[in-house]
Design a protein around this ligand. Structure first.
Ligand code: ATP
Ligand code: MG
Length: 414
């Protein structure tokens, strides 16, 4: 679990505000759910045979003897909150969420035990255009943040019936080749054979080239649906690659499944993962509500955005002062200027004027505001322009009365 230090938090804030603006334009509403849920929610909502539930959850008993879990993902909690608060009585829900998630995994670059996700959930929407809109919100957001070289991988997992028939076929095929499978895959043959399809083991991958493909088991309706989604994405000029082995880790997906990957993330290549989960809400006790959503890992997003986030915001002015009376006035002026939305840095070094000027230059501020004992006794202050200087501009220093801050402000924002 990592600290987020001041040098990084500025980049996070920039991404977060871009994300919020993007979701606002898409008409999404935010939902915030607790970080702790009953363990049972994830057992039912994610599935007991998944890696997340089987190996990765932080589960503990509270003082009342209840089994609690730090949320490993957001969808199950959002589904619970929607059902518990009857939100579907107001019609389909188009929501977003963000916050920390917890999974006991081996930490490495782009993989932490406390990490952050932002996610979108469309609950109660069945139409293929909702699939296309959900995907486009993720795709356009990543482009907004300045990322390119992304790949959208797409698959259809078919209906529950399609998948059931395929699962049985795949299981038979795998059992005939049991000895050729890696140890992890051998454990999954009976419990979760679909997951073997995205095994990272080289030999298993090679073997699977001849395995039955889910695409051959899709019903006519599922195929029509998948073809239409591709047509809608073509129409939006969103490029994609069909990956028939993309199954996603959680049990609740059906029809559309997708991931957005980048070559710049090493082995932790997936920045966004999502899909359709038509039976989750009803399985958790809510009304039949077809749904689709995705989650983006913030840490991986920040790694990708990298240098694009570095142009930090500079102060409008840096306040330089010497002497006790000057110090009081400096603090007061600083607060007054901040209250009209200017970014003001206040010197704390107490060193000579020339050293304070050097600091002002280094801060990147456009103006220095200078307050000495002399200025205080005259009820004045001096400002000096430090950058963006026009050669024909003439004087770079101006004197203002401390009782006429309006004029000072006008000069600073000019
Ligand atoms: P992976 O295959 O990388 O483990 P996943 O399929 O478990 O991913 P999802 O549950 O789909 O991941 O979560 C969506 C996104 O959240 C991922 O694409 C990734 O960007 C991010 N994510 C998942 N687990 C972690 C983690 N432990 N640390 C950082 N980011 C993570
Ligand atoms: Mg994982």
């Amino acid at each position: 679990m990592a600290d987020l230090l001041p040098a990084q938090s500025e980049g996070w804030q920039k991404v977060e505000s871009l994300v919020r603006a993007h979701f606002c334009r898409a008409g999404l509403k935010e939902i915030r759910t607790p970080i702790i849920e009953k363990t049972e929610l994830f057992l039912r909502g994610i599935g007991e045979n998944t890696d997340v539930v089987g190996k990765e959850m932080y589960t503990f008993e509270d003082r009342g003897g209840r089994s609690c879990t730090l949320r490993p993902e957001g969808t199950a909690s959002v589904a619970r909150a929607i059902i518990q608060n009857g939100l579907l009585n107001n019609g389909p829900q188009r929501l977003w969420y963000g916050g920390p998630m917890f999974r006991y995994e081996r930490p490495q670059a782009g993989r932490q035990r406390q990490f952050h996700q932002i996610g979108v959930e469309f609950v109660g929407l069945d139409s293929v255009i909702s699939d296309a809109e959900v995907i486009s919100i993720a795709w356009e957001l990543l482009k907004d943040i300045g990322l390119n070289d992304l790949t959208l991988e797409l698959n259809s997992l078919g209906s529950n019936e399609d998948r059931y028939i395929f699962k049985e076929n795949l299981k038979d095929w795998l059992l005939k080749r049991f000895d050729l499978l890696d140890e992890d895959s051998q454990k999954r043959v009976n419990s979760n054979p679909l997951r073997i399809l995205d095994s990272k083991n080289k030999d298993t991958k090679k073997l699977l080239r001849d395995a039955p493909s889910l695409s051959d088991f899709l019903s006519k309706e599922s195929k029509i649906r998948f073809d239409y989604l591709q047509q809608l994405l073509d129409n939006l000029n969103i490029p994609y690659k069909i990956n028939n082995n993309l199954v996603r880790g959680l049990d609740y997906y059906s029809h559309t499944a997708f991931e957005i990957t980048s070559d710049h993330l090493g082995s932790q290549a997936t920045v966004c993962g999502g899909g359709r989960y038509d039976s989750l809400i009803s399985e958790l006790g809510g009304p039949e509500s077809p749904s689709i959503g995705w989650a983006i890992g913030m840490e991986r997003l920040i790694i990708l955005a990298g240098s694009k986030l570095l142009d930090s915001s500079f102060p409008d002015a840096y306040v330089i002062h010497r002497g006790q009376k000057a110090e009081q006035l400096a603090l007061k002026i600083t607060c007054q200027l901040r209250s009209v939305n200017l970014i003001i840095a206040l010197d704390y070094s107490g060193s000579s004027f020339s050293k304070q000027f050097k600091r002002a230059d280094k801060s990147g501020a456009k103006w220095a505001i200078v307050i000495g004992e002399d200025e205080v006794s005259k009820g004045q202050l001096m400002i000096k322009k430090l950058k963006d200087i026009d050669k024909e501009e003439g004087p770079r220093e101006y004197i203002f009365s401390i009782h006429e801050l309006d004029q000072l402000i006008a000069k600073l924002i000019a």
